[in-house]
Structures are given as C-alpha cells and as structure tokens.
Design a protein around this ligand. Structure first.
Ligand SMILES: [Zn+2]
Length: 705
C-alpha cells in the first residue's frame, strides 16, 4: 500500500508548469549554422524484432516490408514515399499525397533523374535517393537532394539533405510534406521551445479532432517537436523531429520562426494536408551555398491482430520490502512482472538515480531476496531508471553537472525535479556524456542483480540549449532512440522493456521499443472520475504493444472508488493497469487480474468497447469481446456507480472467432454456471445479467459440443 513512510505515489514524475519559477527569456539567438552539419544516425540494430525486406524494381519502385507495414518509394519521381500500408490496419494506403521535398516550384517529385542506392546491415536497411530538384516538365532546378532512409523493423529515420552549389533566393522550402487520409482525424502536436515563456522546460502535447471543415488544425511558424495524425483503434503515423531542432527552426536563413508547419483538411474532407516547411515567406530570402540536412523520425505503429496482452504488472518499493508471502499472493493473482519503483522517499532512503549500490548491505540483501522470490514464483522483476534524471548525491554528479545538464535559458539553469523537501534528480540531456553514463548504470544493475529487463521513466524528447552540447536548440531524440535500441540489445533475447510514455510526451517511435507501455499518467491525478468518452488518444491508440495505465493516485480515501471506476472502463478497452503492491486499491486491480487469469489473452483478438461487438441498452454499460477459434470471452461492464438489475447484452456474431452452430454454451465465470442457448440468443436480447456499480462480468461462449 501507499504507506505513510513512502507518503506519496511516487510515479508522478512530471513537474507541473506552475512549479517552475519563470526562467529568463529564452530568446532564440542563432549564431550561424555549420553548413552540412548533420547528427549521427543512432545504431538501430535490435535482434529479434522481426524481418525487414527491401525489394527493388529497377527504375520503378522500392518496397520495404516488415511484419506490420509496407512502405513504397517511387523511383520515377524522386524516390518519394507514396504508400504506407498497415497489414492489420485498414490495409489501405495512409497517404493521399506522396512525401515531397521542395524549394518553390522545384521538387524531388519532379526530379529529372533519380539515383538509388541501398545497403543492408543486420536488421537495418539504408535507402539513398539522389538527384536534382526539378520543376514540372522535369526541368532541372538549382538544388540537389539526397534523401537517406534508415529503416529497421522498429524505427524509420529520414535525413533529408539539400545541396546548393550557389546562393539561391526562395520563399518556400518544404521537407517531406505530405497528405494523409481524412479519416486520420485525430491529431496532436508538441510545439518547439522558441517563444515559449518558460523556454520550453516542459512542452506537453495538445490534441484535437478534425471536424473536416477546411479549418487549419495546426498552424505553427516554429518547428514543432512532434506531430501525430491518427484514426483511433485503426492506424496512423507520427513525426518526431531529430535532435538537430535548430536546422528546422533557423537552419536555412539563420532566422527563426519563418516556417510553416501546418495541417489542414482538404475541401472535400478526403485528406489532411501536412506541410512541413522550414521556410515559408512572402518575399524571397537568400539561402547560402552549402548543404542543409533535416532529420526526423517517421513513427509507424507495430499494429498486430492480437496484442501480447499477457502482462500483469505490479510496482513496489521498500517501505517495507515485499514479504515472500506478499509475492506469493501476487503470483496467485496472476502478476507476472514486478518493477522496483523507488525513486523518492522523504526519509532519503531510496534508490537515488545514478547511485550504486542503491542501498546499504541490509537493503541489498533484501533486494536480492525479493528478486529471488519473484523468480521462484515465475514473476519477472525489473528496476526503475529515469532516462533524464541524475540525483545530485550520486557518484559523478558534481563533476559532470555542467557538461551533462539540460538547460533551456541563457543562464544555463540546472533543472531540478523537486519533490517535497527533496528531489528526484536534475534533468540531463542525452546529447551529452550522460547517455553513456546512463547506459553504464543500467547495464551494471541489470547484470549484477539478475534483473529480467528494465523500466524506463521519462521517455520524452526534451529541448535543450546547453552550449556544451550545442548552443542552438537541440533535443535528446536521437539519444532516446540510441538508448532504446541499445537496451533491446542488452536484454536480448528474453528481457522485457517497460516504457513509461505519457500522453504529454507521445511517441510511436519510442513505443515500438517497449514490450509494455505504461501510460495515462495525465489522467491518473485528475479529481473527476474519467469517463469512457474521455479516453485520450495515446491511452488506447491501436492494437500494438499492450498498455498498462497508471492507477489513480489521489487522496487515499478515494483510491478505491476511483480505481473501481477506472477499472470498469479499462476492462472493456483491453487495458490492464499496473497495481500498487498491496492495499484496498491494489485488491481491485488483483481482482481484475484474477478474472482474466484463466485465459491466455495474447491468443485472443480483442474487439473493444468501441467496436460494437458487444452491446447493451444502458448508455453506461459497455461490452468487449476477446475471440478465438475455440471460444470467445465477453466482458460486460457497468461503468456507472449505480446498480443495474437488468442488463441485456447482445453480441455481433461475426466477431466470434468460430462459425455458427445450433446452440452455444454460455458460462458466467462469476457463478460458474453454464447454460446452453440457441445461437439466436446471442443476438435477440435474451442474454441478460445483473451488475453492481462498477462491476464487470466475464462470459465464456463456445459452440455446444
Ligand atoms: Zn543538450
């Protein structure tokens, strides 16, 4: 339970905007661009992440295929990406317009000739397209393009270079502008740090839904950190700017805020046009002779038919350490992964990020006992690491603070994440020696204590202007990808990586590295009981990596009620929240785990509450179905606090994984009672149950034998 000693729910890791004293104005001052400077491409090798094939039809098409998607490039038109298809999404092309890179009327799409070269190393393919930008009619323009796609099954990175052999005057430069289908109607953005009053200390994502009116959805002059376009539960893509944010912001002319980053539905609503233009002016600007590279990640979700929904996840601390008896009870409830989450306690006895060993001899002995006991009960155990926080008391902090710190103001203020009288740690930037240090910390803990994987908190791209890394705006995005790929190599082949990615800092590019995604932190502290229709896009997204939402973390006297409310909704969305180690709120989560314990959900296909596979006549009673060839599992959940005496439920027979039979057996798993019903009973409204407030029930359905 949340004891008086631990005193708080230690997973609230985002320091609210209001906590910061407003920093000095972070005026964006750019002192010249190193022409041709481009960041190193992270090492994307990740063993065991599935196949990746590259097929070329010379002079025509290049296709890159994984288990999850196929991308196609058009060699007749500059090598432009013109198709993205998700096999377990709609199966239709997400793109309505190809990716285009252009300078006024000249575009890679109209290139007179395109040279293609590809290479392969392990699971990573590199595609290079080179030519001259051309005007319609294939007239050669004044700039050369060199487009490099570095593609692994998990990551797609683009380095788009423009080469000018002499100064050029232009009003507009676009990098990978495109259009997606209009039904990708939810969008989100994290703006860039320029012009923000706090200098970009925290930049949370904003989300919206397209109303298809032709209104501008996104309209920014500064380069954003992030953009997402998604059809909830179906498919979508996102864009994360590479670490060299300044190249997008001011690279072409040394002037900031001269771009156009825009998303706008087309007149007929069939498309959402996405412009990514680092330069968009009314009167021409001079772009000096030289080479300009713009890097970004194209996030393609690993959409599957059946999510690996096997994880039942508990977090624990050491005030007190879990007893062997408690660990046995976790196991009996179906818990199969536990994370040591111990990043702050008021008495200062906690695992200070960066410290080793984390505890005294007695504490280390207890930790070893907990690890061994978890293993005995078949529970994996992983330690908490913050990707960005370094505690000032840890070894190496004092001598490296100035070199490694993340800063956002001209004074280079160190950003401490304070909590009560203490702190979680100070924020470091991954574009520094901090990355190697963090890897060393993680590896030491992983190997010395026989952990089964890693849990990462603070999975986010954060802007920084520490001049020891780069005085111009940069982010840790490349370092994040580097760290995540490195971690997958570290824990290969069997280790488990849990990523905490909140809706504040979304990223499909990062999600793809996780076996389990912890999310919904942004909903976990609200005072209101969240409702089904308020589920945020990133909380549910699509069938890919399973998600483990944060339990509600408000006042103790409301914990049980809030968690019952939340679980009643998660139960029909395929979400299994992580649990506190014990206590009444945890008991609600363990009850959920036990209800599903008999089923290997990873072998079932989910039709969630939004799918229409299960319906009731109550507006606040929802249903979901897990289907397989031998049986289906129907979940009916009362998301209101009111008792519902008569809940009729119906199923859509096509969603059952098996064919029509004369009779079906329906078993209420709560009572254990089975009844044989005619097939028609599934649809005619004769199935009914009774549900208490926030109660959910499971029904097994299989053809009568
Ligand atoms: Zn930095």
């Amino acid at each position: 339970m949340v004891t008086a000693a631990s005193g708080h729910l230690c997973y609230f890791r985002i320091v609210p905007f209001t906590r910061f004293v407003r920093g000095k104005v972070a005026a964006l001052v750019v002192f010249g661009l190193a022409a041709g400077a481009s960041a190193a491409v992270p090492d994307l090798q990740t063993p065991g992440s599935g196949p990746l094939t590259v097929e070329e039809t010379p002079g025509d098409r290049v296709k890159v295929t994984t288990d999850h998607w196929r991308m196609e490039f058009d060699l007749r038109n500059g090598g432009a990406l013109d198709s993205i298809v998700f096999f377990h999404g709609s199966g239709k092309n997400v793109l309505v317009q190809p990716f285009r890179t252009y300078m006024d009327a000249w575009s890679d799409y109209d290139a007179p000739r395109t040279t293609f070269h590809s290479s392969r190393q392990g699971s990573v393919a590199t595609l290079e397209f080179t030519g001259a930008l051309g005007a319609p009619g294939r007239t050669e323009g004044p700039a050369q393009f060199h487009t490099v796609w570095t593609i692994s099954p998990l990551t797609v990175r683009v380095d788009q270079t423009l080469r000018l052999s002499s100064d050029v005057s232009a009003t507009t430069v676009g990098i990978g502008s495109t259009a997606v289908r209009g039904d990708l109607n939810e969008y989100g953005i994290r703006t860039g740090p320029a012009d923000l009053p706090d200098g970009g200390k925290t930049i949370a994502a904003s989300y919206g839904k397209s109303a298809r009116t032709g209104a501008v959805l996104i309209g920014e002059h500064h380069a954003p950190l992030y953009l997402i376009f998604f059809h909830r539960y179906l498919e979508g893509i996102d864009f994360s700017t590479g670490s060299d944010l300044a190249s997008w912001e001011s690279g072409l002319t040394q002037r900031a805020g001269v771009g156009r980053f825009e998303a706008k539905p087309s007149e007929d609503g069939s498309a959402i046009e996405i412009r990514r233009e680092p330069l968009a002016l009314l009167s021409p600007a001079t772009i000096r002779k030289g080479e300009y590279t713009f890097s970004y990640y194209l996030g393609l979700p690993a959409i599957v038919e059946k999510s690996n929904r096997k994880w039942r996840h508990v977090a624990f601390g050491h005030h007190p350490w879990p007893s062997d008896d408690l660990i046995r009870r976790w196991s009996e409830s179906g818990v199969n992964i536990a994370r040591l989450h111990n990043d702050y306690v008021a008495d200062e006895n906690f695992w200070h990020d960066g410290a080793w060993p984390p505890y005294d001899e007695k504490g280390m002995a207890e930790l070893r006992r907990v690890i061994a006991t978890c293993h005995r009960y078949g529970i994996q155990i992983v330690p908490y690491f913050s990707i960005h926080e370094f505690h000032p008391t840890a070894q190496g902090y004092a001598e490296n603070e100035q070199q490694w710190k993340r800063s956002v103001d001209q004074a280079g203020t160190v950003l401490h994440n304070h909590i009560r009288q203490g702190e979680y740690g100070a924020q470091m930037c991954l574009q520094s020696g901090w990355l190697a240090r963090r890897e060393a910390d993680v590896e030491k803990a992983y190997r010395e204590l026989n952990f089964d994987g890693i849990y990462y908190d603070w999975g986010a791209s954060l802007p920084c202007n520490n001049k020891n890394h780069n005085a111009k705006w940069h982010t840790g995005t490349d370092g994040m990808i580097e760290l995540l790929a490195w971690t997958r190599r570290l824990i290969s082949p069997r280790g488990t990586l849990i990523l905490h990615l909140s809706g504040w800092y979304p990223s499909i590019a990062y999600e793809n590295y996780g076996d389990l995604i912890v999310n919904m932190e942004e909903s976990a502290s609200g005072e209101r009981m969240p409702r089904m229709d308020e589920m945020a896009l990133m909380s549910v997204l699509v069938e890919s990596a399973p998600r483990s939402p944060c339990p509600w973390g408000g006042p103790a006297d409301q914990l049980v009620a809030h968690n019952k409310n939340n679980i009643a909704q998660m139960a029909v969305l395929g979400l299994f929240p992580w649990s506190l180690q014990d206590g009444p709120a945890a008991d609600e989560t363990f009850k959920l785990f036990r209800a599903f314990q008999p089923y290997k959900l990873e072998d079932y296909r989910l039709f969630n509450a939004d799918s229409g596979a299960v319906r009731s006549a109550w507006p606040d009673v929802f249903g979901a179905m897990y289907s397989s060839e031998s049986q289906a599992l129907v979940v009916v959940s009362n998301t209101s606090g009111e008792h519902r005496k008569n809940v009729m439920w119906r199923v859509r027979p096509e969603s059952l994984g098996f064919g029509r039979s004369a009779t079906v057996t329906v078993k209420d798993t709560a009572s254990g009672r089975s009844v044989a019903e005619p097939w028609s009973a599934l649809e005619d409204g004769s199935m009914s149950t009774e549900l208490d407030g926030y109660e959910y029930r499971l029904f097994e359905i299989h053809p009568s034998r």
